[in-house]
Design a protein around this ligand. Structure first.
Ligand code: UT7
Length: 328
């Protein structure tokens, strides 16, 4: 029996124009470039314009991914958008992007897994494709975290930025007799969550609780500790599921929360730092957008080459965490 899988046919991303440096933040918040750079590796971030919404960023990233894939929007029969900062409580931001792209068939919906949003979204779309329920999927991670930051809380407001990234997935049948780990496409995705940790990273508002949007709250040190452990575990699980080892990884494209987390994960995996794609210095933490933003950069500058093994991983509020292994 032929095995269907998802090929990553194209990638694209979009960053809003406004650059905000650590020194800019230090004008209004009790912080310094030295503290932010030393503790996180972040030097600057982008913030969306007043009239720019998550859907606007997502739409631009989607256009670029479709162009890169050479796929017309009319082919897309599924849009899965990871975001924790939707335009509205409902309808889903994905349906807004669907409309902007002029698509009136198929299905579009949002996935809420905060910083793991892209890994969750790509897993959902990959499973739709494997099941034969979609042929061409747009998977988007898009955020305007600047809208939910508490500017009085220096322990969180310096950490996040806005942006969007997207990939186009295409259904393809694995050639008969092909080695599934050597052939192009998504090898597997692995998702985890544990709601027992909700108080370590959350937003203190919502339609059903406070009837407000709320602000990001985080016990940074505790989240940090769990992040390195959980990520190493899910990465190990994804390699084992495919009979691969860390030596097989060509590129690690991680969620970008903190350079020290990236370094810690790379050390645990015994991966050379040159194999880790880092954008946190320029983008800060863009939550669900960070992986496709980093992926787009490394594909377009020629680092990621056809045939290479790419490992994506993320951890976020919930907790949620997960990994996706793909042969480029
Ligand atoms: O994407 C979702 C997942 N999120 C993450 O993975 C984030 C994980 N956590 C982290 O990245 C780090 O824990 C942080 C960057 C949030 C914080 O770094 P840390 O080394 O854990 O610092 P800390 O929270 O232990 O704070 C150290 C000190 C404190 O002062 P005292 O109590 O030692 O006097 C803070 O008050 O740094 C102080 N501090 C600041 N100082 C200047 C906290 N924020 C700031 C700030 N500027 N912005």
């Amino acid at each position: 029996m032929t095995q269907r899988r998802s090929i990553i046919a194209g990638v694209g991303s979009y960053l809003p124009e406004r650059v905000v440096t650590n020194d800019d933040l230090a004008q209004t918040v009790e912080t310094s470039d030295e503290w932010i750079t030393g503790r996180t590796g972040i030097r600057q971030r982008r913030f969306a314009a007043e009239d720019e919404m998550t859907s606007d960023l997502a739409y631009q990233a989607a256009l670029r991914a479709l162009e890169h894939a050479g796929v017309p929007a009319s082919d897309v029969d599924l849009i899965v958008l990871g975001t924790a900062t939707p335009d509205h409580t409902f309808p889903a931001t994905a349906t807004r992007v669907q409309n902007m792209l002029g698509i009136r068939h198929g299905a579009a919906f949002d996935v809420q897994a905060v910083c793991s949003g892209f890994v969750y979204a790509i897993s959902v779309a990959d499973n739709f494709i494997r099941a034969g329920q979609a042929k061409t999927a747009l998977v988007i991670g898009a955020e305007t975290f600047s809208r939910i930051l508490d500017w009085e809380d220096r322990t969180t407001c310096v950490l996040f930025g806005d942006g969007a990234g997207a990939v186009v997935l295409r259904a393809e049948d694995l050639p008969a007799g092909a080695d599934p780990t050597a052939a192009r496409g998504i090898l597997s995705t692995h998702l985890r969550s544990d709601g027992a940790y909700k108080d370590l990273l959350y937003v203190d508002g919502g339609p059903s609780s406070t009837r407000t949007v709320g602000h990001v709250r985080m016990e940074g040190r505790e989240v940090f500790r769990h992040a390195v452990t959980n990520l190493a575990e899910v990465v190990g699980e994804s390699l084992a599921a495919n009979g691969l080892t860390q030596d097989d990884i060509d590129w690690l494209v991680p969620h970008q929360a903190n350079k020290r987390i990236l370094d810690g994960t790379a050390r645990k995996l015994k991966l050379a730092p040159e194999k880790v794609v880092v954008t946190v210095d320029r983008h800060a933490n863009t939550s669900a957008a960070s992986i496709p933003l980093a992926l787009d950069e490394a594909v377009r500058d020629g680092r990621i080459q056809r045939g290479q093994l790419v490992l994506m991983e993320a951890m976020g509020g919930g907790f949620t965490w997960g990994a996706c292994l793909a042969r480029w």
